[in-house]
Write a protein that binds this ligand. Structure first.
Ligand SMILES: [Zn+2]
Ligand SMILES: [Zn+2]
Length: 151
């Protein structure tokens, strides 16, 4: 249901920019919406589309992602891994940070006011105006820790 609403909004967004929300673009967005927690890379998205039986070129996926980014449906996430991941832009999420599992590469969004406090402290202590920030926390997710305990 939530996805349907998202698609209707996206259709409007595309139209606003003079683009058509084609079947292929919908499929790309569908994959991103379905696996939004994963913060997929373009390769991941390509793989998911192939799994769904879609015959789509990798360059088409990439071009679609560029377009989706341009219309602010998705945004790039750089986790310093040497490749770019993508996440959905939604108005309710402002700044957030990422918890990254070093074992499986899963990413958890972190919304915390504590970091705002930290930022305020930095600003007043160093007379510095922070414009952008991105915290990354590395560790092991619940799933990966569970696997270890089973052994
Ligand atoms: Zn993990
Ligand atoms: Zn995120």
């Amino acid at each position: 249901m939530k996805d349907e609403v998202q698609h209707i909004n996206l259709k409007e967004k595309f139209r606003g920019y003079g683009y058509k929300y084609t079947e292929q673009r919908q499929q790309v967005m569908e994959v991103i919406l379905q696996h939004w927690q994963l913060h997929l890379s373009s390769d991941d998205i390509y793989e998911f589309l192939r799994e769904k039986g879609l015959n789509i070129a990798q360059s088409t996926v990439y071009r679609t992602l560029v377009m989706l980014e341009r219309i602010q449906a998705i945004r790039k996430v750089d986790l310093s891994e040497g490749y770019t991941r993508y996440e959905i832009c939604s108005h309710e999420d402002r700044v957030h940070h990422h918890l990254i599992c070093s074992q499986c590469g899963s990413v958890i969004d972190l919304h915390s006011n504590l970091l705002e406090d930290l930022e305020n402290e930095i600003c007043s202590k160093h007379d510095f105006h922070v414009k952008n920030r991105c915290f990354k926390f590395y560790g092991k997710c619940k799933k990966c820790r569970g696997q270890l305990e089973d052994k």
